[in-house]
Design a protein around this ligand. Structure first.
Ligand code: PEP
Ligand code: MN
Length: 264
């Protein structure tokens, strides 16, 4: 179902009125790694909106490497995201880690993220295949393009064809960056599938300093959008502060990115 051969036109996924894929306009998603409080997410939501973002991200259920690290505000965090959407009108994106929370996400979240660590959680993929909400499917940490497309196929085979792919960097021998951004996937995914693809330069690099250049390169390569971690006080962020942009910088990236999008 994902195969371009049987579906030559680009798929356009509609996320609460924001259209991704096959458009001249790129879609930009910004927000913190984790929702930390209602005040924090509502403040950042206003700042990312003012910067020109189309959607708000914020994790409420967090897949942390250490069980002792902050695990997310869970249901409270989802409610805080809903409040941030009410105040700004921005559609909201959040990660679903377990099928047990699927009803909560169907009710409240506009774009349901399946994180890198769950890219091959086939029971979770089957579960989100049975709903109609758009799914943001991140590439696994060490997964091939074929495996990633097959994971999209799991969701689509169940009847949910609203899938957006997201490259977020893969594991290589290189330790200088958190992961290695594989930008070659953009033209390859566009050749092999009709699905929209966005780039996450934050998890790919692990350092805010490299977000701008990788964002611009992603757009030049033909990506349909970006998902960027943004925090108003990155030094104090509860997760991923080092790779989070301040809102002013995020605004610059969007402005430059939209200019590049016009010429590609
Ligand atoms: C995230 O988006 O906060 C996240 C955990 O991403 P990934 O699954 O790509 O590591
Ligand atoms: Mn993060």
């Amino acid at each position: 179902k994902a195969n371009r051969m049987f579906h030559p036109e680009d798929t356009v996924v509609d996320v609460a009125g924001v259209k991704i894929g096959g458009q001249e306009k790129i879609v930009v998603i910004g927000g913190p790694c984790s929702v930390e409080s209602r005040e924090q997410i509502c403040e950042i939501a206003k700042e990312v909106k003012a910067a020109g973002a189309d959607m708000l991200r914020g994790g409420a259920y967090k897949p942390r490497t250490s069980p002792y690290a902050f695990q997310g505000l869970e249901t409270e965090g989802i409610k805080d995201m809903v409040e941030a959407r009410r105040q700004t009108g921005l559609p909201i994106v959040s990660e679903l880690m377990d099928a047990e929370h699927i009803e909560e996400f169907v009710e409240h979240v506009d774009l349901i993220q399946i994180g890198a660590r769950n890219m091959q959680n086939f029971s979770l993929l089957k579960a989100v295949g049975k709903i109609q909400k758009p799914i943001l499917l991140k590439r696994g940490l060490s997964n091939t393009i074929e495996e990633w497309i097959m994971s999209a196929e799991y969701i689509m085979a169940g009847g949910n064809e609203n899938v957006i792919l997201c490259e977020r960097g893969i594991r290589t021998f290189e330790k200088y960056t958190r992961n290695t951004l594989d930008l070659s996937v953009v033209p390859i995914i566009k050749e092999k599938t009709h699905l929209p693809i966005i780039i996450d330069p934050s998890h790919a690099t692990g350092n805010w300093k490299w977000i701008e250049s990788m964002s611009l390169a992603a757009i030049a390569a033909g990506a349909d959008g970006l998902i960027v971690e943004v925090h108003n006080n990155p030094e104090a962020a509860w997760s991923d502060g080092a790779q989070s942009l301040k809102p002013e910088k995020f605004k610059q990236v969007i402005e430059k990115g939209r200019m590049i999008a016009q010429v590609v």
